[in-house]
Design a protein. Structure first.
Length: 85
């Protein structure tokens, strides 16, 4: 006797393919799709936490992570002073 295959695997791929096809089928749909996309920006989140004096990981207070924060956000050295005291 043959074991039945799961239909959900086939349906999931079909739904995903339809979603991708719709998003790339025209400029209108691409713009619509992009407007609902959300990208988590860890550096902006950490910058906001530092500005508000909230706890952050030590790696964001020195070294390469700190340099990156200073480079791509509006943080200054003054914002880090409260953590060094």
């Amino acid at each position: 006797m043959r074991k039945p295959t799961s239909i959900s695997r086939h349906v999931e791929s079909s739904v995903w393919n339809a979603h991708i096809n719709k998003a790339t089928s025209s400029k209108h749909y691409a713009k619509e799709y992009k407007s609902y996309s959300y990208v988590l920006d860890e550096y902006q989140i950490m910058a906001d936490r530092i500005k508000n004096g909230m706890p952050v990981g030590e790696s964001y207070l020195k070294g390469k992570q700190k340099e990156k924060l200073l480079e791509i956000t509006d943080l200054t050295e003054k914002d880090f002073k409260k953590y060094l005291e």
